[in-house]
Design a protein around this ligand. Structure first.
Ligand code: AMP
Ligand code: FE
Ligand code: FE
Ligand code: ZN
Length: 275
């Protein structure tokens, strides 16, 4: 029986690890299946798929998308879609473009506030990936504007803070359609992080989301049982992962949360069908 960690990040989004490091750590942890679920981009997947295959690790194409539902920011994990699907690639590219524009606007605001943050450094930190507030937080730390990530989010770049600019978000329907048409499946990421999550998660499944992430560091045992029962009831399945971000969230480490292959049949079957 193989085990999977289906939720990890690299420096192509808000993690600090390289794709190769994530693959190596997954193998060291005894995992047979891994998904790198960077926000809004597949750069890590394309970069590391041959390396993972050579090392005998089944790499599941994945990404984590931000959607708005009832005014709440919902994270949806997408898996096992065709990694070369044109509409999917184009939509992700457009989304990254709006992230970049937003990053530039945030840096402008921060500079107006008197912080000597450089957009060039933020660009450098995010590379070819999805620009996000963690890159801005790191740049703010480097210039000594804040002492920690926490301080950056609490005082400058959190929602409503002077340096904050809202991010574009998908609708649930758009994610369901986009990923479905690309041959993939979707899962509600870390359900317990949303207000009224019992109600919301059930509604998301009814809107066409295929699974719930019932194994995650922020999902307690009781909620996990609850959501496993909900998924069963609705004819859906479950996913799980550590949400490793490397040093950016050091308590979430690859392999500490794992899910057995038999539970993620809809994902493995899609990969096998595509070859
Ligand atoms: P963005 O997608 O650009 O809005 O950035 C969101 C990311 O910032 C999340 O995925 C987290 O990794 C990170 N983040 C959000 N809030 C905090 C916080 N209070 N402290 C540290 N990191 C945070
Ligand atoms: Fe994240
Ligand atoms: Fe998330
Ligand atoms: Zn995540």
């Amino acid at each position: 029986m193989r085990y999977a960690d289906l939720h990890t990040h690299t420096f192509h989004s808000d993690g600090t690890r390289s794709p190769a490091e994530v693959v190596d750590l997954a193998i060291d942890a005894g995992l047979g299946i891994l998904s790198i679920s960077d926000h809004d981009n597949l750069a890590a997947f394309h970069q590391i798929r041959d390396y993972a295959a050579d090392r005998g690790l089944l790499l599941v194409v994945g990404t984590e998308l931000s959607a708005e539902y009832r005014g709440i920011d919902i994270h949806l994990l997408a898996y096992a879609f065709d990694p070369h699907d044109q509409p999917m690639e184009e939509r992700l590219a457009r989304f990254r473009e709006t992230r970049r524009t937003r990053g530039h606007r945030m840096v402008e605001r921060l500079r107006e506030l008197g912080h000597d943050i450089l957009i060039e450094r933020v660009e450098q930190l995010c590379g070819e990936g999805a620009m996000g507030r963690p890159h801005i937080a790191r740049a703010l730390m480097e210039i000594g504007a804040v002492d920690s990530f926490e301080e950056a989010f609490a005082t400058l770049i959190g929602p409503g803070c002077p340096g904050w600019v809202a991010k574009e978000r998908f609708t649930i329907q758009e994610v369901v359609d986009l990923v479905g048409r690309a041959g993939g499946v979707t899962s509600v990421a870390h359900p317990t992080l949303y207000p009224d999550h019992g109600e919301i998660t059930a509604e998301l499944l009814d809107l066409g989301i295929d699974a719930v992430e019932v194994f995650h560091p922020d999902v307690d045992a009781e909620s996990s049982e609850l959501y496993q029962a909900l998924a069963r009831e609705r004819g859906k399945f479950v996913t799980g992962g550590s949400d490793d971000h490397g040093a950016a969230k050091s308590l979430k480490t690859i392999g500490t949360v794992r899910i057995s292959e038999e539970r993620i049949g809809p994902i493995v079957e899609r990969l096998e069908a595509r070859g």
